[in-house]
Design a protein around this ligand. Structure first.
Ligand code: MV4
Length: 495
């Protein structure tokens, strides 16, 4: 059945709210923004056709007030709610309440959100669908000595994972049998405290994997396609920092096999909408399903660049009840795309989040450069929300050209008032391991130290600790200066 959508409320803020509204407008759909008191003048509010303040800055009092958002939607004649990512996007109860109010939830069915929200139920769901799983326990392990026997069978090192965890939360690596019992006890109590669900399971620990995910789209009628992979191995403490598509490591055969596995995962939970199936990829070419993210992801633009598809438009058309307008065979990869997440963090100070006013904010432009952001010059990066300021995306015919374009775009970006991770991203773009494509999820840990961002002729050894301190202070002070002189290589975007 087809539904009409003439007005969408975007239950989110920042770059993703703007991203969704842009497509809605292109489709002739009216937009409603919700905003917190801290976001009164935010670009997503200015862009929307209507905007409603829903409370004070803390998310719990504003962007997470699901029932309030539904009430506002009903009162404004909203046909559909787009949740973006984060906040309410993977909340099955919210999705259920939206639909119960007679409003379309632009996303999967609540049932699929629930199944994929729990790792054990996700594994159980895909069991009969020919999806490769990391060797491990059949389901939950409760008895420690029984679990230890299973761990021996699996072979050390193993990983203990909380079923209710996700995105790296509630995981423990166990290298030898002696530490197994204590680690398992800690894992269970941690899971109980953090998630209210102490269920854990054990898997073989894959030592040096790459993190590769597949974008899928599914319509109401069981048609499912994949839009190839995103390489997300460059991350720090489970926070992705640089993503790209396609991955240098995949052959057409592996790509087709991972794509087919991802489609199977979607079919296993009767998926609808846009979703992402996460895999770990072992050196040698084996890959294993980890989890499915039942939302539009931060890094979706790189997929849009290489496929030419607007993923938000596809989401909306699926929500309208339309049949997918293309088949798998009609999809192909054109060119290469890289995304750098620009965080208000100080990479030199262990990526400490910073706050402050964007004194100067000038985006790079030009061929093959896309900036998805949600702030303007003069606005404040506050403590209340995610420190991601922007996503800088480049697109070019080849990977080398996409890297060159990214280096150019980073050097063109002007941000002062807050420290950003742009210089860190430039470091990665220049690193042999990144350029050659020979990297894994340990890239940051293996290659990055604060000294990486200090020009070679001023290395730590040469400077001594006292000199380093004064140099860092100088660096801080330079935040307040207008850039007109040519700063040194790595400092160029630090102030
Ligand atoms: C793993 C793994 C290795 N072996 N599971 C990380 C996030 C969550 N989706 C699952 N994750 C992983 N699960 C097994 N059996 C490696 C990761 C992993 C990772 C682990 C440590 C440090 C960085 C990582 C980055 C991506 C994935």
């Amino acid at each position: 059945m087809e539904h009409t959508i003439t007005k969408i409320l975007v239950a989110n803020r920042g770059e993703i709210a703007l991203r969704v509204m842009r497509t809605a407008r292109e489709m002739g759909i009216k937009t409603v923004a919700i905003y917190s008191e801290a976001d009164r003048r935010a670009p997503h509010v200015m862009f929307a056709d209507q905007a409603v303040c829903i409370g004070p800055a803390p998310s719990a009092n504003s962007y997470l007030k699901g029932d309030e958002i539904i009430r506002i939607s009903a009162s404004l004649g909203v046909d559909a709610i787009h949740p973006g990512y984060g906040f309410l996007s993977e909340n099955a109860d919210f999705a259920r309440n939206v639909e119960a109010a007679g409003i379309i939830f632009i996303g999967p069915r609540p049932h699929a959100i629930e199944i994929m929200g729990d790792k054990l139920s996700a594994k159980a769901a895909v069991e009969n669908f020919d999806v490769p799983l990391v060797p491990g326990t059949e389901g939950e392990v409760k008895d420690v000595s029984e679990a230890l026997l299973l761990a021996h069978d699996i072979g050390f090192p193993v990983m203990i994972k909380a079923s209710a965890g996700g995105g790296g939360k509630g995981m423990r690596i166990v290298h030898n049998p002696e530490e197994f019992a204590s680690q398992m006890q800690r894992a269970v109590s941690e899971a109980t405290n953090s998630f209210g669900n102490g269920a854990v399971f054990v898997e073989k620990y894959i030592q040096n994997p790459r993190h590769i995910e597949i974008q899928v789209l599914a319509d109401e009628y069981g048609n499912v396609v994949h839009l190839f992979e995103r390489e997300c191995s460059i991350q720090r403490r489970h926070q992705k920092v640089i993503e790209e598509a396609p991955s240098v490591i995949l052959t057409p055969e592996l790509r087709a096999a991972m794509g087919a596995a991802a489609v199977s995962v979607a079919k296993a939970c009767n998926y609808r909408g846009a979703g992402t199936v996460e895999f770990i990829f072992e050196p040698g070419g084996k890959f294993y399903f980890l989890e499915m993210n039942t939302r539009l992801q931060v890094e979706h633009p790189v997929t849009e660049q290489i496929t030419g598809k607007d993923l938000v438009k596809e989401q909306i058309n699926i929500a309208k009840g339309k049949v997918l307008s293309f088949t798998q065979e009609e999809l192909s990869i054109q060119g290469h795309s890289i995304e750098v997440r620009v965080y208000a963090e100080d990479a030199v100070a262990n990526f400490m989040p910073g706050t402050g006013v964007l004194k100067e904010y000038r985006r790079p432009q030009g061929l093959g450069v896309r900036v998805d952001d949600g702030l303007e010059q003069g606005m404040e990066v506050s403590i209340y929300y995610d420190p991601m300021i922007a996503k800088l995306i480049t697109f070019a015919p080849t990977r080398d050209e996409a890297i060159a374009r990214m280096k150019r775009a980073i050097s063109e970006y002007r941000i002062s008032g807050v420290q950003t991770t742009l210089d860190f991203a430039q470091y990665v773009m220049n690193h042999d391991a990144f350029v050659s494509g020979k990297f894994d999820t340990h890239f940051v840990q293996n290659y990055f130290t604060p000294e990486s961002l200090i020009p070679e002729n001023e290395s730590l050894e040469a400077l001594g600790a006292a000199a380093l301190v004064s140099m860092l202070q100088e660096n801080k002070a330079s935040q307040k200066t207008v850039i007109n002189e040519k700063p040194s290589r790595w400092k160029s975007n630090r102030g």
